[in-house]
Design a protein. Structure first.
Length: 216
């Protein structure tokens, strides 16, 4: 019985049927993600990824110029699958406290998962050799999250609830105070990659601490 990675009888491995070339790309991306997360970038091999995807190395190189090229594509896909969840949950209604708390809570729900923490570790491990990985994470992940926070702060300023002379700086401070510390500790293995009751309570306290310094 054939499984998803077994080629049909009579068709060469890695030769997708005409019109299904995009399927081979998706199979490579789907196969690469768990391999990168489990083995890291350095240990992961194109041979192993191609075999897991059920394609030939020739097919792989038609679609990706290198392992680094593949990892960048995986990185973008990884971010695009997770940022919308934060955007949906955040919302922009209610008080500044409610809005900021929802953004931070949604961010930590996404960030404090084993897959995201493992992904962060891979990027950190390769930061010197492949700084473009971290740049992608910043440009397509952190920058979008930053914009969500800025929009919340802008609305709170317009309503007169808070006074913030520099929205961008304030958003960066909020990130550094509420979201980055628990994620960094999880990446370092100092805490579990999950959103615990203690972390939820700490989030409430840090959000209010931030706002006390922003209210007129």
């Amino acid at each position: 019985m054939l499984n998803e990675t077994t080629p049909a009888r009579g068709r060469r491995l890695g030769r997708p049927a005409r019109g299904t070339e995009g399927d081979a790309t998706l199979r490579i991306l789907n196969a690469a993600m768990p391999i990168f997360l489990a083995e890291g970038f350095e240990a992961a091999s194109i041979d192993g990824i191609s075999a897991a995807a059920g394609v030939s190395k020739k097919t792989f190189y038609v679609r990706f110029s290198s392992k680094a090229d593949l990892f960048e594509a995986v990185c973008l896909r990884f971010i695009e699958e997770r940022i919308p969840a934060i955007e949906r949950e955040a919302g922009y209604f209610g008080s500044a406290s409610e809005c900021l708390h929802r953004i931070a809570l949604a961010s930590l729900k996404v960030a404090l998962t084993p897959d995201v923490i493992a992904f962060q570790r891979v990027i950190t491990a390769e930061a010197l050799r492949f700084p473009q990985f971290a740049l992608l994470m910043n440009d397509f992940g952190q920058t979008r999250l930053h914009s969500i926070i800025e929009r919340c702060l802008e609305q709170a300023v317009e309503s007169g609830e808070i006074t913030v002379p520099d929205i961008r700086f304030a958003a960066e401070c909020f990130l550094n105070l509420t979201i980055r510390p628990p994620v960094d500790r999880a990446v370092l293995g100092l805490e579990r990659a999950e959103l615990t009751h203690v972390k939820r309570e700490t989030l409430k306290r840090t959000t209010e601490f931030f706002l006390r310094n922003c209210r007129p």
